[in-house]
Ligand binder design. Structure first.
Ligand SMILES: [Zn+2]
Length: 130
C-alpha cells in the first residue's frame, strides 16, 4: 500500500507550551505575541518583536505554584485615570501604555477604547455573533 503522507519528524523541545498571550517588547513597548512556557519546573515568557527579536524572561521559579495561583490567587488591580468627552486629551491618549485587545486582534489604547467608540463597536459586533 502506498503511503500518502510523509511523516515529519518534529524536533524534541525542552519545554511545555502552556498558553499564548500578549506582552510588550522590552525595547520598543510594542504589543507582541508571547508564549508561556514551562521548562525545568519553572515558567517562562517568551516573546518576539519583529524589530528586536526574541526575549525570554523567568515568570516563576515554581511552575506548580504558578499554575495553581492562576486558579486561586490571581486578582488584577488597575488604577487608571479615565478620560471622558470633557477631559479628553490627545497627548495623554498618545502616551497611553495600557492597551485593550479587540476580538479581531487589534490593540487600541485603553483611553481610546472608552472614548472613541471602540467599546460600543465591540458590543455591537458581539451582539451579531450567533
Ligand atoms: Zn521591539
Amino acid at each position: 500500500m502506498q503511503q500518502l503522507i510523509t511523516p515529519v519528524k518534529q524536533p524534541v523541545r525542552n519545554h511545555i507550551f502552556h498558553e499564548i498571550t500578549r506582552s510588550l517588547c522590552t525595547e520598543c513597548r510594542r504589543v507582541v505575541d508571547a508564549q508561556v512556557l514551562i521548562r525545568d519546573g519553572a515558567v517562562y515568557l517568551r516573546k518576539r518583536c519583529p524589530e528586536h527579536g526574541w526575549h525570554e524572561a523567568l515568570v516563576s521559579s515554581d511552575a506548580g505554584w504558578h499554575l495553581n495561583s492562576l486558579k486561586t490567587h490571581f486578582f488584577l488591580v488597575q488604577v487608571h485615570g479615565f478620560m471622558d468627552e470633557h477631559t479628553f486629551d490627545l497627548k495623554r491618549l498618545m502616551k497611553c501604555c495600557i492597551h485593550q485587545l479587540l476580538p479581531d486582534g487589534r490593540a487600541v489604547p485603553f483611553c481610546a477604547y472608552n472614548n472613541l467608540g471602540y467599546r460600543e463597536q465591540v458590543k455591537q459586533e458581539q451582539k451579531m455573533l450567533p
